[in-house]
Design a protein around this ligand. Structure first.
Ligand code: MSP
Length: 658
């Protein structure tokens, strides 16, 4: 099997992570985990795009030096991906020296091919896209077609890349690589764009400094897209090798003499850069284009693109805190057809949580391990009469048939880059296993004294759960570990060359000691009564974002919120959560309240004890990571962090805030 290299786009650091960028990141993590389970040698890469006018301006706006600003953004990204269980082999930042030298080398290779010349540029520039537009591309009144923002006229000396010379080469490449871009519809858009004829591309800027200097002319900095795209090969150290040897030295990049699969996952908005410019740069530098580009759609909120420049975004962290990171991963991968746009909705997330996860898989595990096996089988995986085949009961044969079909289909669908369909195929097995339990009703078998059948049915169901624990791992690695633990199995640690995708029925060892535990997906009963919005979803405070809501509320609306002064008497961390703190707060009631708050990244529990805070006292109680929270502590936040609202003098706990 070929080595497998997969990348996310590198993210602009002017935004914090949001569920749009989380979507690209999670998808790559899912694909790379799936390939690891197949026993492939996988390398996965993510990182940050830290240069360019957009970033320079943002730093200036915040009165920071660009380097200090970008340095401060790396941690939030790393922490967010970590929280979402996204694991990468490398994290590249375009301001790192290793990237700078390698991109400069790449530039030189392109220059040596005769594809770079000095000229003048005059056209419209959208800073949000970091792209030039010609007059005809603009929408009315000189606005960018993507961001609907006013573009700027730029005229300056610039280096150009001879993209026009690649029209035929690219067309020939597309013809000989029919699956180069997925989905096919987007590939067609790319092909027709190229067929119209390509214009040379401006690849340097002389009017600002925040970029990588052009080696032969340091007054120019490289166009941010040249710089950014090259991260994929600079991480692999490709262009540093001499022309003859560099292919054979690198296992993860495709080449004529060494096969590897390199896949870029990108949003549809940046497909052109990856499917047109990037292969042309690579060809010019004497390298092969990547194997494939998966272009996914946009996540929208109320039909609008989600990003800071669009004025609305949802941070992934509070959703992960509330439902669990794996649930958010599941929801995004299942709900949105990969390749198409999808709308994000809290109600749908909750419905998937309670339905597919809670009722589907959580319940299956619970009624088997915590009930039948525990009560009737001494907590051990039973020894069935028929373990590997030769079943004498039709429902057994059917279950194994569905399991085999489901694993094969799931593998093929993940392989094709269709995680939403792969999850549907997994859920065929979930449904079949639930149906199997329903129709065999093991709880009556024990009452009727049919022990042999009870053992058989329980074994079959436990084995189906074991298969599911593997199949679910790419999307829900943490829940898979928990599921396996309850089955008495160790967590999965895939290694290259040792595939663990299930294909032989009967692998679960009789006698294994199961470990019944808490439900995998406990229900959110209270949540259903509340509005479906989670507590701390971040909405940027731009007026556009809230313009559809009434501007003022009445004073009696405000009075409905019972705000009280609370004294924190105890504080501790919630297990397995970086962010959640469990606070015991005296608000003047006979029993102090237990309130969970997502402030654990900013505050140590011990520094909060003795502080007086503002509490919303009349919210319904709700469960967060298995703990009840009886209110909410107020905090303010911006892109640099958060701050809990404190009082400047001690008052009686429970004092009303008006
Ligand atoms: N820095 C460039 C990429 C350079 S790659 C060599 C960039 N960065 S970005 O931060 O603006 O976007 C990164 C990725 O996030 C893109 O794939 C983009 O499509 C994706 N998303 C940003 N907002 C999104 C949604 N609302 N929905 C889905 N994906 C979105 O472009």
């Amino acid at each position: 099997m070929k080595p497998f290299f997969i990348t996310t786009p590198i993210y602009y650091v002017n935004d914090r992570p949001h569920i749009g960028t989380a979507y690209s990141t999670i998808a790559v993590d899912v694909f790379s985990r799936f390939q690891r389970l197949q026993g492939r040698d996988v390398r996965s890469l993510t990182g940050l795009d830290e240069h360019g006018l957009k970033i320079e301006r943002k730093a200036r706006e915040l009165q920071k030096a660009p380097q200090a600003f970008v340095d401060g953004m790396a941690e939030p990204f790393k922490a967010a991906w970590d929280l979402l269980h996204c694991r990468f082999d490398d994290f590249i930042r375009t301001t790192e020296p290793r990237h700078k030298t390698r991109v400069q080398r790449m530039w030189q290779l392109v220059e040596e091919s005769g594809d770079i010349y000095l000229g003048h540029y005059e056209d419209w520039y959208c800073v949000d896209c970091e792209t030039f537009y010609t007059e005809k591309d603009l929408i009315e009144d000189q606005h960018c077609p993507v961001h609907k923002r006013r573009v700027e006229k730029l005229k300056e000396e610039s280096y150009f890349f001879k993209l026009s010379a690649y029209t035929e080469k690219l067309t020939a490449f597309y013809e000989s690589h029919p699956g180069f871009v997925k989905p096919e519809g987007r590939f067609n858009e790319v092909k027709s764009f190229v067929k119209e004829g390509l214009r040379d591309l401006s690849v340097s800027r002389a009017s600002f400094r925040w970029g990588i200097p052009v080696p032969s002319h340091p007054a120019h900095v490289m166009y941010v897209w040249f710089d950014a795209l090259a991260n994929y090969t600079s991480e692999l150290n490709l262009p540093l090798f001499d022309r003859e040897k560099r292919h054979t030295l690198n296992r993860y990049w495709p080449s004529a003499d060494r096969s590897a699969e390199a896949i870029h996952v990108v949003g549809k908005d940046i497909l052109r850069f990856h499917a047109v410019y990037w292969p042309a740069f690579l060809m010019s530098a004497g390298l092969e284009p990547p194997s494939q580009i998966y272009a996914h759609g946009w996540l929208t909120v109320d039909g609008e693109k989600m990003s800071k420049s669009a004025g609305n975004f949802i941070a992934p962290e509070p959703l992960a805190e509330k439902f669990g990171a794996d649930v958010l991963r599941y929801y995004l991968m299942r709900e949105v057809a990969f390749g198409q746009d999808g709308d994000f909705s809290h109600t749908a997330l909750q419905a998937r949580y309670n339905g597919d996860l809670g009722n589907g898989i959580g319940n299956l595990l619970n009624r088997m391990v915590s009930s039948i096996v525990k009560k009737d089988l001494g907590g051990l995986v039973p020894d069935p009469v028929h373990r590997y085949g030769g079943f004498d009961h039709e429902t057994d044969t059917t279950l194994v048939g569905v399991a085999k079909r489901s694993t094969q289909e799931t593998a093929s669908l993940f392989q094709q880059g269709l995680p939403h369909k792969a999850l549907e195929a997994i859920w065929e097995l979930v449904a079949a296993a639930n149906k199997y339990v329903d129709s065999n009703a093991p709880w009556t078998l024990s009452k009727k004294g049919e022990h042999a059948r009870l053992k058989q049915v329980s074994y079959m169901t436990l084995e189906a759960l074991r298969w599911l624990s593997v199949m679910l791992w790419p999307v829900m690695p943490d829940r898979s570990d928990t599921l396996r633990k309850q089955l008495g199995l160790v967590a999965l640690f895939p290694n290259p060359d040792t595939p663990c995708w299930p294909h032989v029925w009967g692998g679960l060892q009789p006698g294994t000691i199961t470990q019944p535990g808490a439900p995998l997906f406990p229900r959110f009963e209270e949540e259903k009564k509340e509005s479906a919005r989670p507590v701390t979803v971040v909405v940027e405070d731009k007026t556009e974002a809230t313009s559809s809501e009434p501007k003022h509320i009445r004073i009696d609306d405000f009075a409905k919120i019972e705000l009280k002064l609370g004294l924190i008497t105890e504080a501790s961390r919630v297990e397995k959560s970086e962010k959640l703190l469990k606070l015991i707060i005296d608000i003047g009631e006979p029993v102090p309240r237990q309130i969970l708050s997502g402030i654990g990244k900013t505050y140590l529990p011990e520094e909060l004890v003795g502080k007086q805070v503002v509490v919303i006292a009349n919210l319904p109680p709700r469960k967060m990571m298995g703990h009840e929270s009886q209110g909410m502590v107020l905090a303010a936040s911006d892109e640099h962090g958060l701050s809990v609202l404190l009082t400047d003098k001690a008052l009686k706990p429970g004092s009303r805030i008006t």
